[in-house]
Design a protein around this ligand. Structure first.
Ligand code: ADP
Ligand code: MG
Length: 700
């Protein structure tokens, strides 16, 4: 049985057959994984339709009939093909095959009776079928609908079907849900896991296919309910486990750095910043580690909130680390925070440290020493911050900016940076890609969420325009006008995933074109292959205002803050994801100047934009509210993809849909604590069954 072989020792791994490897690729390892691999759709092979009847009704659905071969030839025009005419009850049908084997010629010799399955077409030439499935007539008809499973290359349906049935037999499907827990969804009580799965893998022919396909059948409902419950249980367990963890108590103090920074900031906090700041301060004063997601639209002022939180940690005698996903962003945070904090820290004998991959050895050694001695009160950097050589004296708070850009492992590593017995640092994650409430509730049941729902005053809204590629010349004119007013411009070229080299060529060509069109103006080029020092130099020139135009690949996507920039051009906007477009647009409109975002789009040759591209561009024009953007993004892409495999640890929900199955989700949220409190053994079995080896991800 593939199910058991798949769990064998690594030595046996090389001996795996192609379909066995394909099973692994699909994550179908344990018998229960196979049993939970459910059909996409079904085919009804349980009965035969007489050809005469099929000719009368002629529907799109595939059907099967039995008939006798009366004619048989290989034709060569317009191309080589096998033509077989079959007859039954006075009705004839032409079977046409473009690819065929010699064995098929024999199988369909004149006089043979065949069972034929496919989509029947009518027309002037009479009945016909293209590439039907053909076998000898007679033989028993299946008793159940034939399931069609999601699969990959090298894993044929019959093999997969057998493996799934094997899994179904071997898996432990004993019920985990006591009646009491099911009382709110009593109509699903008869459909325990074993019954639901057996049914869905082999539904009886009298089942309404529509109910199976739109997942409204109680068997499907039961599976969704169980899946949602598993997810809620695992989150609840993680939350409870965290309650036993200890973190340093960081009480807010009067007369410290926190107050000094508030006084030194060149602006008043918004109401939202003040409220969120209090939520964070409240968490930091507790002996349990904070796990808080701070979400706020681009430009809502998350950095200041993070800086104030850092001050609380520093006031209490601890260190704070801030990790950003790119060097450019880390650099910028460093510039801004050092500007704010270094003058306040210096009299206290402390400093702001800076760590990246591209740093010189000597500078790095100095920073590492300052971090280890505790002289570095705040440490800012890229992934370099979590490397092993980095030893914090007393890490009390870790801040992760643009958290969706980091993997789960990196988050875990940062949490492990406080090596004192049984303690973890407080964790603040920041994101400009807000997550709609239902998703946050479900995916982040283990996180507390704070939201900055207010932008600092004085921002002028960014006007967004769609412009066809053919009118590129007008866009360049517009750039000229902006420069004449002393403004700055971004021009972003897309990332084509398959080829970084091609991206660079494209960006370089655009760079050359703009430099030629704007003589006497500095036009910069920024991309990920530039050495860090060059990147820094280009960015520095743009930030200082000496460079009016910056051509860039998406490296500037996150966080870059140049208030004098007033025009953002995004080329091939149709290739970007919605949240990425929103992030990019957020780079302008940061100062008082009226700002614009031009989305240059190109239609595929002779064609129209795809539906989802059109929806994305439309959303960009219609709204600039990050929360509304997130809602639309979710609607266009669906939650699995929306969160991305990285963030969710894997596509965690296979069957349930958070929007559609909100009532089941509500049930699962109430049922999880009851099951965990009163039937802990069942709860453990339930989670293991559904989530198996993915627990680590869920805990992060
Ligand atoms: P994001 O939330 O996108 O990270 P930033 O923290 O980069 O936003 O803030 C965007 C800009 O707004 C920065 O220039 C920052 O200094 C400024 N800013 C932050 N808070 C305020 C405020 N309360 N009033 C005015 N400007 C602010
Ligand atoms: Mg930011």
């Amino acid at each position: 049985m593939p199910a058991t072989e798949a769990t064998a020792a690594p030595a046996a791994e090389r001996a795996l057959s192609a379909p066995q490897k394909a099973l692994r690729k699909l994550g179908l390892v344990r018998p229960i994984d196979l049993a939970l691999h459910l059909p996409l759709r079904y085919e009804d092979e349980t009965h035969l339709t007489p050809l005469a009847e099929a000719a009368r009704t002629l529907s799109d659905a595939p059907l099967q009939f039995e008939a006798t071969v009366v004619h048989h030839e290989v034709a060569y025009r317009p191309r080589r093909q096998l033509l077989v005419t079959v007859e039954d009850g006075g009705e004839r049908c032409l079977l046409r095959f473009f690819n065929f084997y010699p064995s098929q010629l024999k199988q369909m010799a004149v006089g043979t009776r065949l069972r034929v399955r496919g989509e029947l077409r009518g027309g002037f030439g009479g009945l016909a079928m293209m590439h039907p499935v053909v076998r000898a007539a007679g033989g028993a008809l299946p008793q159940a609908l034939t399931p069609i499973y999601p699969t990959v290359a090298g894993l044929p349906q019959p093999y997969l079907r057998k493996a799934v049935l094997g899994g179904l037999e071997q898996a432990d499907l004993s019920d985990t849900l006591p009646d009491e827990v099911l009382s709110e969804i009593g109509h699903l009580r008869p459909w325990d896991l074993r019954k639901a799965l057996s049914f869905l893998h082999q539904p009886t022919p009298d089942t309404a296919l529509a109910q199976l396909e739109d997942h409204s059948h109680p068997a499907w409902q039961r599976l969704k309910a169980e899946e949602l419950l598993a997810q809620q249980l695992s989150q609840l367990r993680a939350r409870r486990a965290r309650q036993h963890l200890r973190a340093p108590v960081l009480p807010a103090q009067r007369g410290g750095l926190h107050e000094a920074l508030l006084a030194a900031l060149p602006f008043q906090l918004t109401g939202a910043q003040r409220r969120v700041g209090e939520e964070i301060a409240h968490d930091l004063a507790r002996a349990q580690p904070m796990h808080r997601l701070l979400q706020g639209d681009v430009g809502s002022g998350k950095t200041a909130v993070a800086a104030l939180a850092a001050c609380i940690a520093i006031d209490a005698g601890w260190q704070c680390a801030l990790m950003a996903p790119t060097e450019i962003l880390a650099e910028q945070h460093f510039a801004k925070l050092a500007d704010w904090l270094a003058p306040l820290l210096a009299p206290r004998g402390r400093q702001v440290a800076w760590l990246t991959g591209g740093q010189k050895k000597k500078a790095r050694a100095d920073m590492l020493a300052a971090i280890e001695s505790g002289a570095a009160a705040l440490v800012i950097g890229t992934h370099a911050v979590i490397q092993q050589q980095v030893r914090f004296a007393r890490l009390g708070l870790a801040v992760i900016d643009e958290q969706h850009r980091f993997g789960v492992q990196q988050r875990l590593d940062l949490r492990n940076k406080l090596s004192e017995a049984e303690q973890e640092p407080h964790l603040l994650m920041m994101s400009a890609t807000p997550i709609p409430r239902t998703l946050a509730m479900s995916y982040y049941a283990d996180l507390d969420v704070s939201t900055l729902d207010e932008l600092p005053p004085g921002r002028t809204p960014v006007i967004t325009r769609l412009v066809a590629q053919a009118r590129r010349g007008e866009v360049i004119e517009r750039i000229r006008a902006q420069i004449a007013q002393g403004r700055q411009v971004y021009w972003v070229c897309p990332l084509i995933e398959e080829s970084e080299a091609l991206d660079l060529r494209h960006a370089s060509a655009t760079h050359a074109e703009l430099a030629a069109a704007l003589p006497g103006q500095a036009v910069g080029l920024l991309h990920s292959r530039l050495p860090p020092a060059d990147k820094q130099a280009v960015m520095q020139q743009f930030v200082s205002g000496a460079m009016p135009v910056l051509v860039s690949t998406t490296v500037i996507e996150v966080g870059v803050d140049v208030p004098n920039a007033s025009l953002m051009v995004i080329e091939h906007a149709e290739r970007f994801g919605l949240s990425q477009l929103h992030q990019l647009r957020g780079r302008v409109g940061r100062g008082a100047a009226a700002s614009a975002c031009v989305l240059l789009y190109a239609t595929p040759e002779g064609g129209r934009l795809g539906d989802s591209a059109r929806e994305r561009l439309k959303a960009m024009v219609e709204t600039s509210d990050g929360f509304e953007i997130a809602r639309r993004d979710l609607a266009i892409r669906g939650p699995g993809e929306f969160l991305g495999a990285r963030q969710s640890g894997d596509a965690l929900l296979r069957f349930a849909d958070l929007a559609e199955d909100a009532p089941l989700l509500a049930w699962a949220r109430r049922a999880a604590p009851r099951l965990l409190d009163h039937w802990p053994e069942r709860a453990a079995r339930h989670v293991d069954r559904w989530l198996g080896g993915r627990m680590d991800y869920l805990k992060a």
